[in-house]
Design a protein around this ligand. Structure first.
Ligand SMILES: *[C@@H]1O[C@H](CO)[C@@H](O)[C@H](O)[C@H]1NC(C)=O
Ligand SMILES: *[C@@H]1O[C@H](CO)[C@@H](O)[C@H](O)[C@H]1NC(C)=O
Ligand SMILES: *[C@@H]1O[C@H](CO)[C@@H](O)[C@H](O)[C@H]1NC(C)=O
Length: 436
């Protein structure tokens, strides 16, 4: 780890020189390869100062050649980095609110929390938490802060939720950052939730709407028809709802902790409100709206950052943007603000459906997946910004944007993380909004 900081500085200098004649789309790819090519320990250790004096262009030419020879097919220009170390399919991923931690649930029965101090790093430290034996982890979400993670596991006897918390590290100054990561322990557990059904999605949000007290609420969606709201810190069940739609696909909660929306087998989407009392506790979870317009099953949905819009993707081949800021208590229905065709087709021209959607924190870029394909669209126009056809060597199982930008060398970047059955988590740069 010691060598990483100086390298970053060197690389920054090189990149500065490169920018003059590289287009932005290529720049990070080059930069990452430079990090790899100059961070070979044997070259670095003898004298770091001398390396710094080397003419930067030499290095860049070398990595250019290496790129052409080895990585041309595999490497998409937006592919920034890969988090390795998983022993099986990655089933879920989640960023902490400060985006410095990324938790993953994995089929190998381990919960990992990666520390993302610099997303351009060659390797990442991670905390490894072995889950209780026999459980298959299916989803993960952070509760209040980066030191408390909730994971859903499934066994034949049912689903359980575990919250792991760390004791706050007793750090008094910068120099103590090298301290070992504190060991996490189970702070609460809820066994046999959702009858015997697996938990498909787990999403947390800081409840800031109205009189909510700012604590994190976590929404778990089972493969049946039930959805439960939990208090992140204590594991207390705050409310249950039923979609009554045969089979859930997913559910999510608005960023302000006010609404829950679910995609569940049919074309219509139900929206519930978590109603908070004056003292901040949850009074009830009540159904308030229904999004009606799609002609076939909704496969995924996400909220806009302002919690006032929902984006849905459907098997009818379209994406809709809905305004949910309506007077629903007067039976006013949410209206479709925008309707885009899904711009992804197979070899015969048949429109494919999206498995997953995720909207960037600025609300401008909609990431979508189909199998192992990843696509970025303008949320404003529906226009394709970029496509990575084989983003992973297997289906993508989860996808999430960093809630805020993360340091990457001398920059701060907003990144998208994708998880796959290929045992990898990848980090992607955001595409340019106006490709030439
Ligand atoms: C943190 O460290 C200081 C001094 O090393 C000690 O006095 C204090 O009790 C520690 N706090 C905790 C919560 O362990
Ligand atoms: C904050 O609200 C949650 C429900 O959203 C409740 O369970 C919890 O007890 C509240 N905490 C405090 C300190 O009031
Ligand atoms: C395209 O159509 C042909 C003939 O109907 C079919 O055999 C083939 O599987 C189709 N390809 C895809 C990718 O659906």
């Amino acid at each position: 780890m010691d060598s990483v900081l100086p390298i970053t500085v060197i690389v920054s200098v090189i990149v500065g020189a490169l920018i003059a004649f590289s287009i932005f789309g290529n720049y990070f790819r080059k930069r990452k390869i430079q990090v790899e090519s100059i961070s070979k320990p044997e070259k670095l250790q003898p004298n770091q100062n001398q390396i710094q004096k080397q003419p930067p262009l030499k290095v860049s030419k070398k990595s250019h050649t290496a790129d052409k020879d080895a990585n041309k097919q595999r490497h998409h220009p937006l592919d920034l980095n890969t988090l390795k170390g998983h022993g099986d399919a990655v089933t879920g991923i989640c960023f902490s609110a400060d985006a410095r931690s990324l938790a993953t649930s994995c089929g190998d029965g381990v919960l990992r929390v990666f520390k993302l101090d610099d997303v351009a790093s060659k390797s990442f430290k991670f905390l490894r938490i072995n889950l209780p034996a026999g459980g298959h982890p299916t989803a993960v979400a952070f509760a209040d802060d980066a030191t408390s993670v909730v994971v859903a596991t499934h066994t034949l006897s049912g689903s359980s939720l575990y919250m792991y918390g760390e004791e706050k590290p007793n750090v008094t100054g910068e120099s103590k950052q090298q301290n070992k990561l504190p060991l996490p322990e189970i702070k609460w557990e809820n066994k046999n939730v959702h009858d015997k059904r697996a938990i498909l999605t787990l999403v947390g949000a800081k409840a800031t709407y109205g009189s909510a007290n700012g604590s994190t609420v976590i929404v778990s969606c089972s493969e049946g028809t039930d959805i439960t709201v939990w208090h992140g810190k204590t594991g207390k069940a705050l409310g249950h709802v039923d979609t009554n739609q045969l089979k859930n696909t997913m559910a999510t909660v608005s960023p302000n902790g006010r609404f829950i929306a679910a995609a569940a087998f049919t074309a219509d989407v139900k929206v519930w409100e978590i109603v908070y009392t004056k003292d901040g506790s949850v009074k009830e979870v009540s159904k308030v709206m229904q999004l009606k317009g799609h002609k076939s099953a909704v496969t995924w949905l996400c909220f806009a950052p302002n919690s006032e819009q929902i984006i849905t993707a459907s098997k009818d081949g379209s994406i809709r943007v809905w305004n949910i800021n309506v007077r629903y208590h007067l039976d006013e229905d949410p209206k479709t603000l925008k309707l885009f065709p899904i711009p992804l087709h197979d070899a015969n021209g048949t429109t494919l459906h999206y498995d997953r959607l995720s909207l960037s924190p600025d609300g401008k870029i909609l990431a979508a997946t189909h199998g192992s394909t990843l696509q970025w669209l303008s949320a404003e126009s529906g226009q394709v910004l970029d496509t990575a056809e084989k983003a992973h060597d297997g289906d993508i199982t989860d996808m999430v944007w960093s809630p805020t930008s993360i340091p990457a060398g001398d920059k701060k970047l907003s990144v998208l993380a994708t998880a796959s059955i290929d045992k990898k988590v990848k980090l992607w740069l955001a595409p340019l909004l106006h490709p030439s």
